[in-house]
Write a protein that binds this ligand. Structure first.
Ligand SMILES: *Cc1c(COP(=O)(O)O)cnc(C)c1O
Length: 393
């Protein structure tokens, strides 16, 4: 049993010890696709799971397992398994449990790719999907009360950072025996641990904050062993395996998760407060602001309010077109959660899969800018925003 208790210390140390070899202080990247056995009986025992070990890279890999173990410990989970991308984590986890005729309840504001699974792929499999207004707890409770296999949540949401009360939704789901999945990508375990509120499964796009350096794709799901074993089995057969090199990069990134996320949260808060004072800005969305509709819920279930915010410009898409290129300390790109500040219009990033009518139905203004605060010094970020707003004067 490890003696440290603080999450920042866990970010640095957790999950790695079992995978160190030759006295190395860092986990090796094991590229080998297969593992050899001279003893045929031992090979058999490992293959059927009677003995610990590795057989083939699509199933398990030591570097990948070190990453899985670290995230499992950060989320306070019994078990975890990983995937090639965040979307693979989501689709594989859903496919493990959903059968034709089943019903799933979720919210309208999930990540664009997740929303496509709900609107396009699940209905093809004769799975009934009900999407509730995000943040409308009464309507979610009502739909869950009618019975469902899974309640799927994401909080805060992408890109308008809406908040759902996890504990309250878990209580509703338990009454009908539904599983609760939570996409915790935006919050990270530094700010929010859904399992501690009774959720059954936590899902991450590790591509974002967990890795933090925008140089590796990955996904992870954490929960009870009984659930994770089934998800792992689906993934090992269907093949959305995390690559060992990506696992190494994500593992290395995760060591500084607490430092990065704390700085990103502090920067996001200052940027949000600043944006509220700017004339050209129509609305600012950030759960840390008292003006946020569910600031109270965010305060209850989150330690800090996250590194993501969004804001709309009064001038709509035309203003976005002239404003965004002026920012010097920001990548205009589709990712988020990186050490560099990253910006983009919702219509070209999170919700590029949706048409204008769909985006409007989701309550995403065409002039909405998603702002992922990096770890730069805040004074430079604010100065950069100030000089960029001059173009709209
Ligand atoms: C990016 C993202 C995903 C998808 O992750 P990929 O690694 O790009 O497949 C899922 N959920 C949220 C909230 C995301 O931001």
């Amino acid at each position: 049993m490890d003696k440290y208790t603080q999450i920042g210390t866990k970010s640095v140390w957790a999950g790695e010890k079992d995978y160190l070899v030759h006295g190395a202080t860092q986990v090796p990247v094991v590229f080998s696709v297969a593992y050899g056995y001279d003893d045929i009986d031992e090979w058999y025992d490992v293959a059927v799971g009677k003995k610990k070990g590795h057989i083939y890279g699509r199933n398990t890999n030591p570097t990948v397992q070190a990453f899985e173990d670290k995230i499992k410990i950060l989320e306070g989970a019994e078990d975890s398994t990983s995937f090639s991308t965040g979307m693979a984590a989501i689709s594989n986890s859903l496919a493990t449990f959903l059968r034709p005729g089943d019903r799933i309840v979720s919210i309208k504001d999930t990540y664009g790719g997740t929303n496509k699974i709900f609107s396009e792929f699940l209905p093809q499999l004769n799975i009934n999907v009900t999407l509730c207004e995000t943040g409308d707890h009464v309507s979610i409770e009502k739909e869950v009360g009618k019975g469902c296999k899974i309640l799927y949540l994401e909080t805060p949401t992408n890109p308008t950072v809406k908040i759902t009360d996890i504990k309250r939704m878990v209580d509703a789901a338990k009454k009908v025996g539904a599983l609760v999945f939570v996409d915790n990508t935006f919050a990270t375990p530094i700010n929010q641990t859904p399992l501690s509120f009774g959720a059954d499964l936590v899902i991450h796009s590790a591509t974002k904050f967990l890795g933090g350096h925008a140089d590796a794709l990955g996904g992870v799901a954490c929960g009870r062993t009984e659930l994770i074993e089934q998800i792992y089995h689906y993934r090992e057969i269907n093949g959305a395996t995390l690559d060992p090199m990506a696992a190494y990069l994500l593992l290395r990134g995760a060591k500084t998760l607490h430092l990065r996320v704390r700085t990103q949260c502090a920067n996001a808060m200052r940027v949000a407060e600043f944006l509220q004072t700017v004339d050209a800005v129509d609305e600012v969305f950030y759960p840390g602001l008292e003006t946020h509709k569910h600031h109270d819920i965010a305060k209850q279930q989150m330690k800090q309010f996250g590194g993501m915010l969004s804001f709309s410009l009064k001038g709509g898409m035309d203003a976005v077109r002239s404003f965004l290129p002026k920012l010097q300390l920001a990548n205009r790109a589709a990712n988020l959660g990186a050490v560099e500040t990253t910006v983009g219009p919702a219509r070209t990033t999170s919700h590029v899969e949706c048409n204008p009518e769909e985006r409007q139905a989701l309550g995403i203004p065409e002039g909405l800018i998603r702002y992922s605060a990096g770890i730069e010094e805040i004074d430079d970020l604010l100065d950069d925003l100030k000089q960029a707003f001059e173009v709209l004067d």
